[in-house]
Design a protein around this ligand. Sequence first.
Ligand SMILES: [Zn+2]
Ligand SMILES: [Zn+2]
Length: 257
Amino acid sequence: MDFFTLASSSAANCAFVKAGDTAVLLDAGLSALNIEKTLSEQGENAAKLAAILITHEHTDHIAGAARLAQKFGVPVYASPKTWAALPFADELPRSLKRDFSYDLRIGDITFDFCKTSHDATQPVGMVLEAEGKRLAYVTDTGTVTRGMLHSLHDLDGLVVEANHDRQMLMQGPYAPFLKRRVLGDKGHLANVQTARLVAYLLGQKVCPVMLAHLSETNNTPEVAYQTVLPAVAGFCAHPDKLLSVAPAHGVSVRWSL
Ligand SMILES: [Zn+2]
Ligand SMILES: [Zn+2]
């Protein structure tokens, strides 16, 4: 199973997964043109996408979804309540609108969804399974939920939010209400929360970890990396080989799990 992100921050999120003949996007928060161009630069073809899966309705996850879906006839998948909140729901033909379902399978990939804790209607994280490998993709959650703990096991790759450094957020330029939102149970994971979750999950099984959805205002790649590194170092001799940070702009390292 191949994985890379095309963009990852509080401004835009989009990731690519391919297993066998099946390629999908997880979120589409870049413009359709940008996604098409970036995929092409990576030797991939937007016209061959089997699906676009949307974690929740916030703009940083959906900006290019409708245009891309219409241009290439790619179906968009989201949870039922998310569909009710998606601004482009009425633009898409019925044939391109699909619901997440229990035990969803798209081509060679099966999907397990877990509830996240976020100020959206029905936000989810997901675990993708293909070719005997399990990849988790979880961002936009203020807490580590029971559902996440239930779904995130036996992982071969973990993509997880490390949104902010609490001190940078508190001392930063955000308005007080925004600081409360980010810090709240329905906001975003702080680096220290991510570190705790990573330590817990790697204690079960060691796997590569990619930090995602970093705030460009309240975090830096270096601060996030250094906060989570000790959690990884507890389980392997070369933690720098397992831990990476998804860049806000441009593609991440490409995993072949
Ligand atoms: Zn987001
Ligand atoms: Zn969000």
